[in-house]
Write a protein that binds this ligand. Structure first.
Ligand SMILES: *[C@@H]1O[C@H](CO)[C@@H](O)[C@H](O)[C@H]1NC(C)=O
Ligand SMILES: *[C@@H]1O[C@H](CO)[C@@H](O)[C@H](O)[C@H]1NC(C)=O
Length: 259
């Protein structure tokens, strides 16, 4: 005999208990396990599918009080030079000239991190000397803390030359981070905490600018002194020094890092 459905209804069964029972505790644990572990995994893995992400941080930059200067004093190759390295100065012979240097770092927003360096150098010159070109290297220590602790020694390089003799060069720019690879997202990274100058070396090759820049550029993480806007002032009084003014800003960086 064929059967057919004449009516149906779902039935709801309620299991009730008072609040302070093992069943309530069990239920709470199950609910917590349903939501919290996936959240933690998603958060701690910094995203499941992203390969590279960015964060913002103002680096902790400090001027290391290391300077190297080469100033061209004629159009036929005469120069004067000075650095904070004894070995370099010993190599200069008659071309060594001691300038007057003042450097001051400023923390403008009082957040405990320096925001800029004001650097001024006055180079005494003989009446017969004129300045046609200027090369400077200043070195810095550079630290990031937010993701990995990244510590390096880096430099700002500036070069200017003119066919008209000058009395003053002013540059005002940013010390920008340049990354050829993402930084790590945790741990301590001191790969590039190495000196720019091999200042213990008595050989001239240790202070060859092309060599210094070449080994610096081999690094995957460097800084560039950029947006410099050089201003060249001409017309120097006979006994006045040549003045080099630099404002080097330490801007907030957008840093890339991998997952
Ligand atoms: C520099 O980065 C490249 C990839 O961008 C990598 O292959 C190389 O190993 C890195 N060098 C150092 C010294 O980390
Ligand atoms: C980085 O280098 C400086 C100078 O060589 C040194 O004093 C400092 O301890 C180094 N920092 C780390 C974390 O290795």
């Amino acid at each position: 005999m064929a059967m057919y459905e004449i009516y149906s209804h779902p039935s709801l069964i309620r299991y009730k208990t008072s609040i302070f029972t093992k069943a309530t505790v069990f239920l709470l644990i199950v609910v917590a396990l349903t939501y919290i572990p996936p959240l933690l995994v998603a958060y701690r893995s910094h995203g499941f599918w992203l390969k590279i992400n960015t964060y913002e941080e103002q680096p902790n930059v400090r001027f290391q009080y290391q300077v190297l200067m080469i100033v061209g004093t004629s159009t036929s190759g005469d120069f004067v030079a000075w650095s904070t390295f004894e070995n370099f100065n010993n190599l200069q012979g008659d071309n060594l000239r001691f300038p007057l240097v003042t450097a001051m770092e400023e923390d403008q927003n009082q957040d405990g991190k320096m925001d800029r360096l004001n650097f001024r150098l006055e180079l005494p010159l003989q009446t017969s000397e004129q300045v046609y070109s200027v090369q400077f290297i200043l070195t810095f220590s550079y630290q990031l803390f937010r993701m990995s602790t990244f510590i390096m020694q880096c430099m700002a390089y500036t070069y200017f030359s003119s066919s008209i003799a000058g009395s003053q060069l002013s540059v005002n720019g940013d010390l920008k981070l340049h990354q050829r690879e993402p930084l790590r997202h945790k741990g301590l990274d001191t790969r590039y905490n190495v000196s720019i100058f091999n200042d213990n070396s008595p050989f001239a090759s240790a202070f060859d600018l092309a060599q210094i820049i070449s080994s610096y550029q081999d690094r995957n993480v460097t800084t560039i002194f950029t947006n410099q806007y050089p201003v060249w002032t001409v017309g120097r009084a006979a006994d006045a020094p040549f003045v080099f003014n630099a404002v080097i800003r330490y801007p907030v960086e957008v840093i890339t890092y991998p997952f």
